[in-house]
Ligand binder design. Structure first.
Ligand SMILES: [Fe+2]
Ligand SMILES: [Fe+2]
Length: 399
């Protein structure tokens, strides 16, 4: 079946240019071109689309307004901005409604890849309602103490970029959102990010202030579904997994870039839990409760009740937010590495093992046999015998 993509721009020349540029995709995509926001909304009423690519500065209904309406009315559509105007005010108006940003002029390859990738990601989540819930999420909750700390720091007269970087690095929700901003073409930053601190430094104090204080890209966890202690435990597990993934990557002499990505993927591997507790608060807290009661794993109950797991949900949203494929892959398959076509030592293997080792060596103190480590997969990747060595390296990293 062809994918339905809607392109919106007020300039007929630009639309003509896009048509020409994407002619080669005719067999895969069913492309519709709208001259402006009003026309786009009319088209959307009569037909369903998977991806929307829109300009920002348009007379009549501007891009930010169109994105807002589409997000409210058709949340399942992937929303991509393609704009030549990098003025900050416009960006701030759309940071909570756009999934990704591309800047004009955009080469055919980048545009094709971005749209194709969005289409491919949609296959990760089959359930339409869940797809709507997840695509609709624009901020991830932060731990209340860290949220208050960052707000106080940003509002203080002598706010420092170092302390801001430190607070953001300690919070999964803030880190994910900052990385989404860095992935966005509007800020024209390098694609490869070494650490959250580097991402914060690249954006700079003024941009972070505007993003957090005006555009409100961070939000505070509200105690409506899962408990705050669930969140605290999740945080410590994610930070531990990130650190272990990096240790393992180093033990295996993976490239610096792969080790950085393993760290980020480790930190975000369970972001799906955060997404589900934001989007489906009551339902997900019932799932978490059931998993605690009868010994079944959280993942099994998620599968039973939602038809999917936190791995797929996290990978879906992080993919929409423009994270690199290897990070998305590690998030998607961290419990089921065997389901990933590539059976090699890389970020996924590091995150998979780091997750299990954190359960065993971290505060939870789970027995290694119960920490669901896929030995067969690690054997296939040629590192099955390394687990004990990794465990020792991780243990000494804790100390
Ligand atoms: Fe997990
Ligand atoms: Fe985990």
């Amino acid at each position: 079946m062809k994918r339905k993509i809607l392109f919106v721009d007020d300039e007929p020349n630009v639309l003509q240019g896009l048509k020409r540029m994407l002619r080669g995709m005719r067999n895969e995509w069913d492309m519709v071109f709208a001259e402006g926001g009003e026309e786009a909304m009319r088209i959307l009423e009569g037909d369903s689309f998977e991806v929307l690519v829109t300009d920002m500065r348009m007379p009549g209904m501007h891009g930010a307004e169109l994105l807002k309406r589409v997000k409210n009315k058709y949340p399942e559509i992937v929303r991509i901005v393609l704009s030549g105007h990098s003025d900050q005010e416009l960006i701030l108006k759309s940071v909570r409604t756009a999934h990704q940003y591309l800047s004009k002029p955009c080469d055919a390859e980048t545009l094709k890849n971005t749209v194709s990738r969005a289409c491919a990601l949609r296959a990760l989540l089959k359930d339409e309602t869940l797809k709507q819930v997840v695509s609709n999420i624009d901020t991830l909750p932060s731990l209340p103490r860290l949220y208050q700390e960052i707000m106080a720091e940003l509002q203080s007269e002598n706010a420092s970029i170092e302390s801001i970087a430190k607070i953001i690095s300690g919070d999964v929700g803030m880190s994910a959102k900052i990385l989404q901003m860095v992935n966005s073409a509007f800020f024209a930053l390098p694609r490869h990010i070494e650490s959250i601190a580097q991402a914060v430094n690249l954006l700079g104090l003024e941009t972070i202030k505007a993003l957090v204080l005006s555009a409100q890209i961070f939000s505070q966890f509200e105690n409506k579904g899962v408990s705050e202690s669930f969140l605290e435990k999740l945080w410590s597990h994610c930070m531990g997994t990130a650190a272990f993934a990096k240790v393992i990557a180093k033990e295996e002499h993976l490239s610096r870039e792969m080790a950085d990505d393993a760290f980020l993927a480790g930190m975000l591997h369970d972001v799906g839990k955060l997404i589900l507790s934001t989007g489906l608060s009551d339902k997900y807290s019932a799932i978490v409760k059931r998993a605690g009661e009868n010994g079944a794993s959280l993942r099994e109950i998620e599968q039973e009740e939602l038809g999917t797991t936190h791995g797929a949900v996290g990978a879906y949203l992080m993919g929409l937010w423009g994270f690199a494929d290897n990070v998305v892959e590690a998030i998607a398959f961290h419990h089921t590495p065997d389901a990933c076509p590539a059976k090699t030592m890389g970020g996924l293997a590091a995150v998979h093992a780091a997750n299990a080792l954190e359960h065993a060596l971290g505060p939870e103190g789970m027995k290694m046999e119960e920490a669901s480590l896929d030995r067969e997969f690690l054997d296939q990747a040629g590192v099955g015998e390394k687990v004990e060595q990794w465990a020792l390296a991780c243990e000494s990293a804790i100390e």
